[in-house]
Ligand binder design. Structure first.
Ligand SMILES: [Zn+2]
Length: 161
């Protein structure tokens, strides 16, 4: 099994670092991510592409931590696409920021019927079932639908191929 063994003196563990070169992801990078799971205080997102639309060769999973006193239910929803910024990487655990000015959801799915929600003032509304939901919205919410659709097509094509 090719790889590089390294001993981490601080954590006192031996790790096998894959020799396959992962694209560098570093704090400050902005990525397009899909929300996989949402709990009260933590959400799991999978970064799929760079902000210019180039898919990452290896999707990166990371977490968003709720701000003090906040519940993530009003910030992201499962299936949403969001622009996130890598805020830290600690022993391979990536933490994403979602609260910055240009960050947040760019396409959110209705939690009832799965349709893409439309922006109405500060809220999102489902054109199909009328559900009204709240999210942390990116400045460009809704303006990237075509981009998203294209990306979803590429990603789903990759799965079936
Ligand atoms: Zn709906």
């Amino acid at each position: 099994m090719p790889g590089e063994v390294e001993f981490d003196r601080v954590a006192r563990v031996v790790k096998l670092r894959p020799s396959k070169q992962l694209e560098a992801v570093k704090p400050g990078d902005r990525l397009l991510a899909r929300v996989r799971d949402v709990q009260d205080k933590i959400a799991v997102l999978e970064a799929l592409a760079k902000i210019d639309g180039t898919p990452l060769k290896y999707p990166r999973t990371g977490v968003v931590i709720a701000r003090r006193g906040e519940n993530l239910d009003n910030v992201v929803g499962v299936g949403d696409y969001a622009i996130v910024e890598v805020s830290s990487i600690y022993y391979g655990l990536i933490t994403f920021d979602l609260y910055g000015h240009a960050l947040g959801c760019i396409a959110s799915l209705c939690s009832r019927c799965g349709s893409i929600l439309e922006k109405r003032g500060n809220m999102l509304e489902c054109g199909k079932c009328g559900s009204r939901e709240r999210r942390k919205l990116a400045l460009k919410y809704g303006s990237l639908n075509q981009f998203i659709e294209e990306m979803v097509r590429v990603l789903e094509g990759k799965d079936s191929g």
